[in-house]
Write a protein that binds this ligand. Structure first.
Ligand code: ZN
Ligand code: ZN
Length: 344
């Protein structure tokens, strides 16, 4: 089958022929129909989040079940499916409680094994991790859900508990941030979005953000948000993932506000100096958000089916598998606004 692989961190990924994946017991092989190009793939490619080499990236996938392993009960060949980027083992207490996103034995296609920049990909723990796609959700849309959109949904809804009229601050307007803005607006929140890219700020305004902050100058982002929101945001999401942004996000909260760390903190960024004095005095909440388990997908899919959420609007570019490697490498530079999805 055709797959995109790279042989060294930072080496140009190439489209080549590789053996088809073996179907794991309890798992499936999915024939990939669409797969997103995400900054987490770029981090792995650069070696920030090391993977074993050679490697096939890709973790935001949708497709059709092509093969079913021993012991799978709820899925058959031909089912249209997607998966969260964190796939639980299906056996531990976390998975049994529906919290596969923190499973200690999780697998992640495109990180712990070959990913979905390929015609086929193996998925472990099918009954725990596969999400059946409604007919009305097409593959390109579904591929945009697994990582960034679902992570944003869990950040804003489950951790943030955003209420109607609440202020939501979104720091960073890449795929994750744009998703958080769309979800916040759809739920009746008032959104203030932060980025350094004027095109991204235009995009969030079009999505219904009430205010934007251009973080490009010498502006104190947290102070600007506290001003705009009359005392601070009820919920603030670091959708970028850096030490400075995490601190600014916490400082932009109002009393009893909730910070959600959804952007990955890697390497030098991994231990931000958070103002824990404020956390105590103002009873702030700090949440980590690590994707979303399959169990929570139906609530999100219902809002997509009824048109409340329109993730397809966040897809900026649809390309072929032959362009996937170049699209990944292009993340070295600021990229076009919106998500890039590969269609097979
Ligand atoms: Zn587990
Ligand atoms: Zn991703």
């Amino acid at each position: 089958m055709r797959a995109v692989i790279y042989h060294e961190h930072g080496g140009m990924p190439v489209l080549t022929d590789v053996p088809e994946p073996q179907c794991p017991d309890g798992g499936v092989v999915v024939a990939v129909r669409a797969t997103g190009v995400c900054r987490s793939d770029w981090h792995a490619w650069k070696g920030h989040d090391p993977v074993s080499l050679p490697h096939t990236p890709g973790h935001e996938l949708a497709g059709v079940v092509a093969e079913v392993g021993v012991g799978v009960r709820h899925f058959v060949v031909g089912d249209r499916v997607t998966v969260p980027f964190t796939c639980g083992c299906g056996r531990c207490s976390w998975c049994e409680a529906g919290e596969a996103q923190v499973c200690p034995d999780q697998t992640q296609p495109g990180f712990t094994g070959p990913g979905s920049f390929a015609e086929k990909v193996a998925i472990h723990g099918a009954d725990t991790n596969l999400v059946a796609l409604p007919e009305s959700v097409d593959f390109v849309t579904a591929a945009s859900l697994g990582c960034r959109f679902a992570t944003a949904f869990r950040a804003v809804v489950t951790h943030g508990r955003l209420g109607r009229g609440d202020w939501l601050a979104v720091h960073g307007c890449g795929g994750l941030g744009l998703s958080a803005v769309m979800i916040g607006v759809a739920l009746g929140g008032r959104v203030v979005a932060v980025d350094v890219n004027p095109a991204a700020l235009e995009r969030v305004s079009a999505l219904g953000a009430a205010a934007v902050v251009d973080a490009g100058g010498a502006v104190d982002v947290a102070a600007a948000i506290r001003d705009l929101t009359g005392g601070g945001a009820h919920v603030s999401v670091d959708a970028f993932g850096s030490s400075d942004v995490a601190v600014a996000s916490v400082r932009s909260l109002r009393r009893r506000g909730r910070h959600v760390q959804a952007g990955l903190l890697l390497g030098a960024s991994s231990t931000p100096p958070l103002p824990m004095d404020l956390v105590v005095a103002q009873e702030l909440e700090i949440h980590g958000s690590h994707g979303m388990s399959a169990r929570e997908y139906p609530a999100m899919l219902t809002l997509i089916e009824d048109g409340t959420l329109r993730p397809a609007d966040l897809v900026g570019r649809v390309i072929g598998l032959e362009g996937a490697g170049a699209a990944l490498a292009a993340m070295d530079r600021p990229t076009a606004v919106g998500m890039t999805v590969v269609r097979l």
